[in-house]
Write a protein that binds this ligand. Structure first.
Ligand code: SF4
Ligand code: SF4
Length: 295
């Protein structure tokens, strides 16, 4: 059976998305594969502490490289690069800035000395590992890279492979922030989306924007209201909206300093126990039931 993907999204950062994803993963570690699709600033691994067993180079496109020994400093490449990716050093040698190069090859074509070659572009790394019995997949995109949507797709593919290898039916995905290309990529093949809303005006608007995306992709959504006592009026408004749109509200979690303490200690908040632990247990049970009923 194909694994079902539960994607955790929140729009902006700081709503508690990763804390929620890590807590559910920790509670269901005998049943799930965990994947971090926040490839630009992933921190799920900082809470789950997986041990990497495999590191894969993430290559994407090509990048121009100048042979400095043959470069005469004529400047033709700079003149023709539409992306302003090349600069001239003080000693008259052209230098390509890797993160700016779009790999169009034009410079290599115009260089009279034929001293520009196109080489594989290493944009980051993908890691496959485990936390105890639970497979974990995460990635690290180099700073300044703009192909995070593609890396998200690769992370999801590896997570599905791990689910099939270990015969697990659920993949918990810590999704990217925002609603752009990486989020769209994280939704491809998703089974259900857990929307984590911070109870603020902007948090509520973020959920509405995510829900528009879900409607577009015909995906079901579940709502978790985090820091629900920050703005009781917004919490009530979100619950009303959820009821009108048939979106189940899985939990309301009031603000707790334990959530912040957990992040500072590098553990999933569920491990702090108490009411927080109980809330996350309810969320995990709800997700398992939802999958049984709806898949
Ligand atoms: S490959 Fe294209 S973008 Fe890259 S340096 Fe050459 S001309 Fe510029
Ligand atoms: S076109 Fe070729 S020789 Fe001229 S500056 Fe660029 S790399 Fe150097």
């Amino acid at each position: 059976m194909e694994p079902i993907e539960v994607v955790v999204l929140s729009g902006k950062g700081g709503a508690g998305k990763t804390s929620v994803a890590a807590s559910i993963a920790a509670l269901l570690k005998d049943k799930v594969v965990s994947a971090d699709c926040d490839v630009d600033a992933g921190n799920l691994h900082l809470l789950l502490h997986p041990v990497a067993s495999k590191t894969i180079d993430f290559v994407s496109g090509a990048v121009a490289v100048v042979n400095q020994n043959s470069c005469t400093g004529c400047g033709k490449c700079i003149e023709h690069c539409a992306f302003d990716s090349i600069t001239m050093s003080d000693d008259k040698k052209a230098f390509v800035h890797e993160v700016l190069c779009e790999g169009c090859r034009f410079c290599a074509t115009v260089c009279p000395e034929k001293c520009i070659t196109m080489e594989t572009h290493h944009a980051g790394h993908l890691f496959v590992g485990s936390n105890g019995p639970m497979p974990v997949v995460w990635a690290d995109l180099k700073g300044g890279e703009d192909n995070s949507g593609k890396l998200v797709a690769v992370v999801k593919k590896e997570a599905r492979k791990e689910a099939q290898r270990t015969e697990r039916e659920i993949v918990i995905i810590d999704g990217p922030p925002g609603i752009g290309c990486p989020v769209t990529s994280s939704l491809s093949g998703a089974g259900v989306v857990l929307m984590v809303m911070e109870s603020t005006v902007s948090g509520y608007h973020d959920v509405l924007r995510i829900y528009d995306l879900l409607l577009h992709f015909k995906l079901p959504g579940i709502l978790l209201i985090n820091k629900s006592d920050l703005n009781n009026e917004i919490t009530e408004q979100a619950k009303l909206w959820a009821a009108e749109n048939g979106v189940p509200v899985v939990a309301e979690i009031p603000y707790s300093s334990l959530m912040r303490d957990a992040v500072m200690q590098g553990v999933p908040p569920v491990e702090m126990g108490g009411d927080i632990g109980e809330k996350f247990r309810e969320v995990s049970e709800f997700i398992i039931e939802w999958i049984k009923t709806n898949r």
